[in-house]
Design a protein around this ligand. Structure first.
Ligand SMILES: NC(=O)c1ccc[n+]([C@@H]2O[C@H](COP(=O)([O-])OP(=O)(O)OC[C@H]3O[C@@H](n4cnc5c(N)ncnc54)[C@H](OP(=O)(O)O)[C@@H]3O)[C@@H](O)[C@H]2O)c1
Length: 254
């Protein structure tokens, strides 16, 4: 059997670095997508740094070739234009580069993503592309990174995205555990088609994440949103280019 191959998008980021390390720890062949070779120099040697331009699908062919799992941990920091280009754009272009091939997807967005802000809306549109792709997926919406106390390691997976305070009272979780959940989801049958908010409460980390994934409701087949999400972004009100991209993604389904 060939090695399980994982591509990490956003590999040089604060979660991506942990995702690369976790993928290597599990013995996977690990590719790290980087903007330029210099940025890849700080990654572990065992990871294969692949230079790609998230604005040009044709440069991404080597990154997605033969890949079994893709972990998205990229993200921009403010502004609708950057969110469209980076948060949404990276998902759009990697799915385009993947074409009709199959791969398991683990996408990180954010807790509160269904509360309208320009940045959230573009992240949510990225989620919708993944759901429309027909590929197996897990969408993880983490709480506030590393705001947890040292003994706050017991993972809690929520659905419905009802925590909209936009501060750490929405929930907290360590970067390491976010990466662990993303990578674990790639090989978990019971994590398929799950959309979840991820936070940590006081207590020990669970060894096995499958009981947590299994307790979640799957997203309905064909649904653009998470199973319990608020339906506050009707497709009829979406920009034409977004609706068109959803059609393109659906047309690649087999
Ligand atoms: N902070 C929180 O508590 C929190 C909670 C939930 C969700 N989030 C979301 O998590 C996301 C990631 O946050 P982070 O702190 O991990 O960010 P980060 O450390 O800056 O990582 C972002 C990653 O995306 C890549 N990237 C950004 N713009 C790019 C571009 N134009 N082309 C190619 N790659 C690009 C970066 O590559 P380079 O290294 O080359 O720049 C980096 O690998 C953010 O969007 C944020 O909204 C944050």
């Amino acid at each position: 059997m060939s090695e399980f191959t994982v591509l990490v998008v956003g590999a040089t980021g604060s979660i991506g670095r942990y995702a690369v390390a976790e993928s290597l720890r599990r013995g996977y062949r690990t590719r790290a997508l980087v903007r330029d070779a210099g940025r890849g120099a700080s990654l572990p040697e065992a990871a294969e740094a692949i230079v790609g331009d998230l604005a040009r699908a044709q440069t991404l062919a080597p990154a997605v070739d033969g890949v079994d799992g893709i972990v998205f941990t990229h993200g921009s920091h403010g502004g609708a234009a950057a969110a469209e280009r980076v948060d949404y754009g990276a998902v759009r272009i990697i799915l385009e580069a993947l074409g009709g091939r199959r791969a398991r997807i683990a996408l990180m967005t954010a807790i509160g993503v269904t509360k309208h802000t320009p940045g959230h809306d573009w992240k949510r549109r990225g989620e919708r592309l993944v759901r429309a792709s027909g590929l197996p997926y897990t969408i993880v919406r983490p709480g506030w990174f590393d705001y947890n106390e040292p003994d706050q390691r017991r993972l809690v997976m929520l659905q419905g995205d009802r925590r909209w305070a936009s501060n750490p009272s929405d929930g907290v979780v360590s970067r390491l555990q976010i990466a662990e959940v993303l990578v674990a989801s790639l090989t978990s049958e019971v994590a398929d088609r799950r959309t979840l908010e991820l936070v940590a409460e006081h207590g020990w980390a669970q060894e096995d994440l499958d009981p947590l994934f299994a307790a979640l409701q799957p997203d309905p087949i064909g649904s653009l949103d998470g199973v319990l999400d608020t339906h506050n972004m009707p497709l009829e009100g979406e920009p034409y280019v977004v609706a068109r991209e959803l059609e393109l993604v659906r047309s690649r389904r087999r």
